[in-house]
Design a protein around this ligand. Structure first.
Ligand SMILES: *Cc1c(COP(=O)(O)O)cnc(C)c1O
Length: 959
């Protein structure tokens, strides 16, 4: 053997390097598969295809000025160097962000497990029972701990949850007041976001002392923090009564860990409880991502924001989970929606819920008691050192009067690599957490001793009593359900996580061809740095110079995204696409105001737009005017011109998705932008479809003033089962002064998120992707995304009508197949097809968006030709099943389509169907080798909404 290889000619080192190229790992079809697909489409090069698809007026000919491509090893090494520039101080800053231990069994098997992180939002309930169960656990956990009746899963961060609560109160309160009262002892970043959200909708935020200032005030809602910013645990019973007397609703922002020991807000009359679930096992990550929660009364569930998991039954009457009451959501209700929550924080909510499952009620309580005890001992020691501690009743946070020593103490802390919360010249805050040890407390004493000797821990430990308020001790039980009392050994937990993951379809099993959602590869190399402590362990309010690594990463990523989009500046703060839209419209609004044009409040939105667009415009205080689309799915330019004319004096913006949600590059885009600009409006280009454009054309160059990107679509951040996400916005230079700012940075306008860089800890994913691909890889990705979509359309066209194509019969990166004619003929619905695809092992494409009765297919560049063919074979086989109905061979009600999906249990019944068992579960031969078995049959949506159950049902229900 050896001799044989020795005699062969040696390949050049360069070629050997090429072989390990990441670009070929990321892009699914290899060169010969690309050739074969191009040939099928009648092109001899990918360039020739792209020149037909992308309008020549916008197609760029130059490579993006980016570095790279770099290998996976090089990229990880570069990120390692960046990470090393972050200094891991021990932070006692608190303010809603606490260190915690992510149980390693959860770290590896959930947070770092693609079966969990590559899943999509659980709209297709039958393939999402695992993550739906985890989310139901989250809702149960929040309901129990807060003492409320119902909770959602989940919101973006505590500050936006408080803002949602504010609008919720306004909708429900009988008070006519426009004032929302906020206790000055609330987290300042929450107050800032409330102010941002209040202003455009005409709400006035009044901040004051709840004991003094509420009495004389007329308001529709009140926000209180429990425990408060200072650490004090106030008894809010009188405040709640006072608020209710004036028809105001009361929102309590609460700490879940403290609630294991304290009377839950639901027991002292709160109408809404919000907060962050971060400290339940989710790394701080320099500010995010974390899950926030929202809990309220059952009676008000219909106006509750966010997603709600409910229990229903499947086709056999067995219990099954699903997303409940989706008609509240923005893709149905548009500007009348109760909120604009799309991508939320599902992965992080799942981590928090599993933290509670793993520790159970007793474990959680022990953690809380330990934190409290250490805090009480700490406070006593600090008093012993002659500093006053004015916090009288507290859980884990105290305020210290440091008098003239404040600067010395901060300096001593810095010397010990410790961050304390700087309050003012005479006060310092300290918040302990799950990770604090006895040694940490002694180190804190040394810092406050400024040279003096410190007390004996053992002596104080023996002497110190609890400092929780006696009148507010929790007496009610919580987390009594079996799921929180079963999986406490690692073996049990491991198997529970595995069992749930096995119920679900994620990208680790098959292609997820969801149009507009861009379910592409989330490469392992991109994911690895996310859980490095140097990225995960930083507090968002730590001094900037400790975060040089993050600052470098953020600056470089902003620059990369400017290059990719043609904009002049980027803000990474928005933590979802919907938040980016909001930040973008606020920038437009502030720009008009700065020019004395504050009256401009009309937002034109094409009828094809995603529901978040009108919902966002409404939140930004704008009026939505719908622009029609023509028969080809393009914006009706004449209608646009007429509406722009009609509203010329008040035109604020056009929101347009490009390429359109109809999956084509509209050739009139330049003209459309010109019309809007000529009438004094700004152009917002929704960048959700950026996966068709990177490297090919730049929205900042062809007429956009501002765009958001969805880094969880185009730029490889995984969907996490419905979040996290990052929705940065890019702007042209005239809008730079109106980008979201933050109190940490003293820049820009008001913030839209609690943390200065939103979900900072997942930014390395996108940095890595762009670095690995470089300009040539990014362009090729867009090209192959377009090639793959056109190949699917080409294969399906003989079988299904294609709804929209460009002028030369081609689509962009996604295509819509129209099932309405087949439904008219046969009664087989788009839902039947979606559920039947599960039997073939696929997640359905996007259903009924942007057009009811259609399926929108987006394969992305990461799927190989083999996988595309497997999907097309399934779709074609399904078409033949529909044909049998068309030909009168079988009634629609008797088909496998209508009974889909089929469970293993179905097969064990006395089989009375009009089709065989083989046809049910192995309709294609290849499925015998590799079969996904859905755990439940088709879930009954109507039953679920009529009999709403939104927390873990008693085990007896399963018997
Ligand atoms: C996904 C999407 C959005 C919303 O983005 P989120 O990150 O889910 O908030 C907006 N517009 C379009 C066209 C989308 O596809």
């Amino acid at each position: 053997m050896r001799d044989a290889t020795m005699t062969q000619s040696r390949p050049a080192l360069e070629d050997l390097m090429q072989h390990a190229d990441f670009i070929d790992r990321h892009i699914g079809p290899n060169r010969s598969q690309q050739k074969a697909m191009l040939a099928a489409l009648g092109f001899d090069s990918i360039d020739a295809l792209i020149q037909k698809v992308v309008p020549p007026a916008i197609l760029s000919r130059q490579a993006l000025p980016l570095g790279g491509p770099r290998s996976e090893a090089e990229t990880l090494a570069a990120l390692r160097q960046i990470a090393n520039r972050n200094q891991l101080f021990k932070s006692y800053i608190g303010m809603g962000y606490y260190n915690c231990h992510t149980p390693t069994v959860i770290l590896r098997n959930l947070l770092e497990n693609p079966a969990w992180y590559t899943a999509y939002t659980p709209y297709q309930a039958e393939i999402a029972q695992g993550r739906l169960e985890a989310l139901l656990n989250f809702q149960t956990m929040v309901t129990d701990l807060t003492g409320m009746e119902i909770a959602n899963a989940s919101l973006l961060d505590e500050a936006t949850a408080a803002a949602e609560a504010m609008t919720f109160c306004q909708r429900l309160s009988k008070s006519k007041s426009k004032v929302f009262f906020v206790s000055q002892d609330c987290f300042p970043q929450t107050i800032d976001v409330l102010r941002t959200r209040a202003e455009p909708i005409g709400v006035e935020v009044v901040v004051g002392d709840h004991r003094r200032d509420l009495e004389r005030l007329d308001c529709f809602g009140v926000l209180l923090q429990y425990p408060a910013l200072s650490g004090e645990i106030h008894d809010y019973a009188d405040t709640v009564r006072q608020a209710h007397d004036k028809q105001a609703l009361v929102v309590v922002a609460a700490d879940l860990l403290a609630l294991t020991l304290l009377t839950p807000p639901g027991e002292f009359g709160a109408d809404v409880v919000v907060g962050s679930a971060q400290r339940f096992g989710v790394p701080i990550g320099y500010g995010g991502p974390h899950a926030a929660f929202f809990a309220t009364r059952d009676a008000d569930k219909r106006v509750m924001p966010g997603r709600l998991v409910g229990v229903s039954v499947d086709s056999r009457g067995e219990p099954a989970y699903r997303l409940a009451m989706q008609t509240r959501e923005q893709h149905i209700r548009r500007e009348k929606a109760t909120s604009n929550v799309c991508t939320a924080q599902v992965l992080l909510a799942n981590i928090a819920s599993m933290y509670a499952v793993y520790h159970g009620p007793h474990g959680l309580k022990a953690i809380a008691q330990r934190v409290h005890r250490l805090t009480a001992i700490l406070a006593e020691g600090i008093r012993w050192l002659h500093h006053a501690v004015p916090t009288s009743a507290f859980f884990d946070t105290i305020t210290v009067h440091t008098g003239g020593h404040t600067q010395d103490i901060h300096a001593a802390a810095r010397n010990q690599s410790v961050n304390l919360r700087s309050i003012d010249d005479g006060n310092i805050g300290i918040a302990l957490d799950e990770t604090t040890t006895r040694e940490d407390v002694e180190a804190l004493w040394r810092i406050f001793a400024v040279g003096k000797t410190i007390p004996s821990f053992a002596v104080l430990e023996a002497a110190v009593a609890e400092r929780l308020p006696g009148a507010l001790m929790r007496s009610s039980t919580f987390l009594t359900h079996r799921v929180f009392n079963s999986h406490h050994s690692e073996t049990q937990m491991l198997r529970y996580l595995r069992a749930l993951a096995d119920k679900d379809l994620a990208l680790d099993r098959s292609m997820i061809p969801l149009g507009s959602c861009t379910m592409k590869l989330n490469a392992t190399t991109e994911m690895i740095p996310v859980t490095w402590p140097e990225f995960g362990g930083l507090h968002p309010f730590a001094p900037l110079h400790q975060a040089e690594g993050y600052q470098q990463l953020i600056a470089e990523l902003e620059q990369m995204l400017c290059v990719c989009t043609g904009y002049d500046a980027v803000s990474l703060q928005p933590n979802a696409g919907s938040q980016g839209e909001y930040a973008g419209l606020l920038a437009i609004r502030a720009y008009h105001q700065s020019r004395g044009q504050g009256q401009r409040d009309i937002c034109l939105i094409p009828s094809s737009a995603h529901g978040t667009n009108p919902a966002t415009a409404h939140m930004a205080g704008m009026q939505v005017v719908v622009v029609q689309c023509d028969a080809q799915g393009n914006v009706d330019v004449a209608d646009l011109r007429a509406k722009a004319d009609q509203h010329a004096a008040d035109l604020a913006a056009l929101m347009i998705t490009y390429p359109s949600t109809h999956g084509v590059f509209e050739e009139a885009i330049g003209e459309i932008c010109e019309i809007v600009h000529a009438h004094g409006g700004q152009v917002y280009i929704d960048g959700a479809n950026m996966n068709a454009m990177v490297g090919l054309c730049e929205p900042g160059k062809f007429g956009g003033d501002v765009s958001h990107l969805n880094l969880h679509k185009t730029f490889c951040i995984p969907h996490g089962g419905g979040g996290p996400g990052v929705g940065p916005i890019g702007v042209k230079s005239h809008l730079i002064p109106f980008l979201p700012g933050h109190r940490m940075l003293e820049n820009g306008i008001a913030p839209v998120a609690a943390a200065p860089w939103g979900s900072a800890s997942i930014l390395p994913i996108t940095w890595a992707y762009i670095t690995l691909m470089g300009a040539q890889g990014l362009r090729l990705a867009s090209e192959v995304a377009i090639l793959n979509a056109n190949y699917i359309v080409h294969r399906l066209k003989p079988h299904y009508p294609i709804l929209y194509t460009g002028s030369n019969g081609l689509v962009a990166h996604e295509g819509i197949i129209d099932l309405r004619p087949l439904k008219d003929k046969t009664g087989i619905t788009v839902e039947d097809v979606a559920k039947r695809l599960i039997d073939y092992g696929f997640h359905a494409p996007t259903m009924s968006f942007p057009v009811a009765g259609t399926l929108m297919i987006e394969p992305t560049e990461s799927e190989s030709k083999d996988e595309l063919d497997r999907f097309c074979d399934a779709m074609i086989a399904i078409r033949e099943e529909i044909r049998a109905v068309e030909n009168g061979e079988i009634a629609a009600e008797q088909t496998a389509l209508r009974h889909a999906p089929h469970t293993a249990q179905d097969l064990t019944d006395d089989w009375q169907r009009a089709y065989s068992r083989e046809q049910a579960v192995f309709p294609l031969h290849a499925l015998r080798q590799d079969k996904y078995w859905p755990p439940v049959g088709r879930v009954d949506n109507v039953y679920g909404d009529r009999n709403l159950v939104c927390s873990c049902p008693p085990m007896s229900d399963y018997e």
